[in-house]
Design a protein around this ligand. Sequence first.
Ligand code: FB9
Length: 524
Amino acid sequence: MAEEAILRYLEKNEQISDSGNFAAELGLDHNDVVNAIKSLHGFRYVDAQDIKRETWVLTDEGRKYAAEGSPEVQLFLAVPLEGSIPKDELQKKLAPAVFKIGCSQAGKNRWVEMGKQISRKVQHVEDKVKDLLLWVQDGHAIEKDDINSLKARKLIVQQTWKGYSVSKGPNYAPKRKKVATDLTRENLQSVNMASLFTVLVMVVLFAFHDPMVWLLILQMIFYSGVGDWKELEFKEYNFNAKGQPAEGGHLHPLLKVRKQLKDIFLQMGFEEMPTNNFVESSFWNFDVLFQPQQHPARDSHDTFFLEEPSTTRELPEAYVELVKRVHESGGYGSRGYGYDWKREEANKNLLRTHTTAVSSRMLKALAEKPFAPKKYFSIDRVFRNEAVDRTHLAEFHQIEGLVCDRGLTLGDLIGVLHDFFARLGMSKLRFKPAYNPYTEPSMEIFSYHEGLGKWVEIGNSGMFRPEMLLPMGFPEDVRVIAWGLSLERPTMILYGIDNIRDLFGHKVDLGLIKRNPICRLGMD
Ligand code: FB9
């Protein structure tokens, strides 16, 4: 529509000086004209130059008063010709904004007597504001001070009008040739009626005399009549066009960070522990770790105990005896807790509260073999019956590392922590004494996070107690240093996610998953 109009107009006119006036004259929508100009310009049918013009357009409020009259006139008309009207009564008759602005403007124009009673001071008024707004709306220019007063009343705003002046381009043609985006079999085979007709005429006129003419004519039919590709215009290949984004799977940010942590552990020579059992017995989750049975973490306020199966089927009896004894009366240099240890408590099934439950099983298994140093790690879900808040859900992924070897010291633990966290880009560490039932000494780990500009608690650590290791059967001088942190916290910080519920769980928006490139750990 707009295209034909432009090409037809340029057939008779040198140029279209202003696409805006052109559109207005032909009653076309200027946007359609602009799109047509852009497309014709793309195929060099026309040459187009930008022309800009600062224009004034009405704001929503301006459009309202242009339609309904200015507030001061609406107010004036609501005041009785004779006598007066109580202010609050007049207020009821008009919209709050109209009444407020109407009063100030009509007052300023000394059209009305403002007071408890409002009365007219003049018989008749002109709605100059409305007229000006309509004038501007139709694209006409108005006086500078009118512009300023309407602008001051936020009834008009300046807008840059963008249009084009257009002239014939190198490929100008009164009619646009069909643009082909692909060369199809039809294009190659379709017979062009016009040229076919011409040839037929020639046959009739000349063929009877000489068979060679036949051949020639046939060739001409073949080459000129067949295939309308000659007439077609082929769209340029836009080699910069972005291809269809390849839809593919996306790793959840948690899994991206887990992969990086796994790689770090493997690079440090750690072996992954099998964590494929969310359900654990209290024995391996707590008792083996020398966590006393009346410890607050062992009640249902912190731990999810199972209803069915509520108790574990079997425990290694001989080892249970040793654990019972160390809890009740100590040994190995410990005086134990001195309470009455209950088997039924240890039998209770629960959702593991930490992957340290897996460490206890793996260490027990290790202790049953001739001693060899070992470095283990685990990254998997743990469950805690905690209040859900911005950074805590009832389940999270715990990352745990442990080194089991003879004569290990706290210094070795600090050394391994420095090595481990340095690979996560956290080199400035501080350690704060802490308490865990199963490690002594224990330390909370802090790192100075440049991005956040503060010290962040990045984990916990300690040396497993002899009351845990010796009943397992480890030689006296074997020590196990261990540490733990969560997967969610680093992932939230790396991906700038403020609320854990946006990261994990049914509320996660997949967009976040798709949009989030891999954040390289270690790059502050
Ligand atoms: O992950 C935690 N913080 C953290 C870790 C990394 C990180 O990286 C950023 C990119 C820079 C940022 C923050 N924390 C541990 C510390 C806190 O968030 C803490 O408030 C919450 N903790 C969880 C438990 O909450 C009850 C995080 C979780 C945690 C705590 C302790 C252990 C494991 C996970 C442990 C242990 C342990 C100790 C000794 C021996 C064996 C295991």
